[in-house]
Design a protein around this ligand. Sequence first.
Ligand code: NOJ
Length: 557
Amino acid sequence: MRLTETADVWWKNAVVYCLDIETFFDTDGDGRGDIRGLSQRIDHLAELGVTCLWLMPFYPTPDRDDGYDITDFYGVDPRLGTHGDLVELITLAKDRGIRVIADLVVNHTSNQHPWFQSARSSRESPYRDWYVWRDEEPPGGDKGVVFPDQEDSIWQYDEEAGQYYLHMFYKHQPDLDIANPQVREEIIRVIGFWLQLGLSGFRVDAVPFLLDTAGALDAEYLPDPHDYLRDLRAFLTRRSGQAVLLGEVNLPYKDTRQFFGDEDGDELTMCFDFIGMQKLYLSLARSDPAALVKSLRERPDPPEEAQWGTFVRNHDELTLDKLTEEEKQEVFAAFGPEKDMQLYGRGLRRRLPPMLGNDQARLKMVYSLLFSLPGTPVLFYGEEIGMGENLAAEGRNAVRTPMQWTAELNGGFSSADPDQLAAPVVEGELSPEQVNVAAQRHDPDSLLNWIKLLILRYRETPELSWGTCTILEHESPSVLAHRTDYEGGSVIALHNFAAEPAGVTLAVSGTGVGTRVTDLLTGQTTDVENDGTLRHEVGPHGCCWLRVVKPGDRYIL
Ligand code: NOJ
């Protein structure tokens, strides 16, 4: 295919990297990462091959939900830096070919936000109607509580206001009323502000809750919630044609597709594939790709210029909420049998490497899958070196520990006293002494170098993201074989979920005499038989990306 096509629609084969500035790199020694620190480390991301940096919330916050509780949508948390530092970062990232997006968290504010403080103080406040109030507690408030360890209702009585307010998340996060035109206008202004400072779009927090399709309010509340999302997207694109909305939508596939704007593709540019992620863990637990294959078959194609955001881990609990109870228990038993590893009865507060016993071959196979299956891969910081979790940290913070740069004090993250760190470092087998960027840079077999290779090959093989994906039939149940085709280019990827080697016999269609396949990851070549049959071996937890090469094709292989 022509590579030039991939520049305008850049998000379709981007490499997104999510990080929290607070835990990335501390330059002023206060124990908290800062924007200047992130700038200093931009070349780590550039060298890795990241093309889009997603910044978790950096706004002023009382920090009761890791920054997702915001007191000023236009501000920068002074502990992290200034607007000036942020613009410098965006400029620097651009120089390295990296776009920057940020979390847009407008379902709610912190209860310390001046809007809420004013709203609760009087019914006459100009901000009263910016939130959702009721005189009586509506029935069924216990349904749909997101954080059941802390909350038992989505309604909270406020003494000062003399009414109940809606909060889909914690009670210190009152929901904004997006049926109110003033709130809508303000959200538009917030988007416009950050685009003007150079952002290339947003990761939109909790989209179904924002549109209240989660069903907390009655149907008259927003007769067509998707109208609002269409307005946001239209505004975004008017202001910046290259900007994207990457939405957090954890719903069944048929519902998620609506958030792309169905066929029209005029709502979210990308949606995370939560279902595929959950089925991946089920397949890993069973050493059998069948569950993942089923979800790949069920997953609707996104509209032409939209894309799925695929991921292995994110900053939240590894939610298993779309699996059946039995399936969830299977994953718990395999990857998080202890109560302390589980969260909210639906997820795990662990990172992938400890769940897989730090088995490097298996880890490498999982990331090979991530970069070869259709979708745009989204990495969570530290995945590239195989960081673990710290279960001593509370709740979801277990996976939000400082980035491990070196084997030195605090993993080279900060020169502060370890007691002063914004988050505790990982201890034990996956501590910075064992797992860090510096050591892996010089180790050709490291996970870091493997992921760099995957990214290089993924970027020069846009068929993987743009192409039509077909699951190939063969005789080895432990191997997932998929093929992507786009404008004359074809790649077949094999992934073995089992610890035993496996052989596959595949029918490679559209080939003729003299066709061969070359593994893009090793350069190893295998001939396809004249009748189109390909026999291939895959090692224990092995993987390969086979470019189909016909006589006369011109690839660097
Ligand atoms: C979703 C975010 O991913 C999560 O971290 C946060 O707690 C909730 N939204 C509430 O903002």
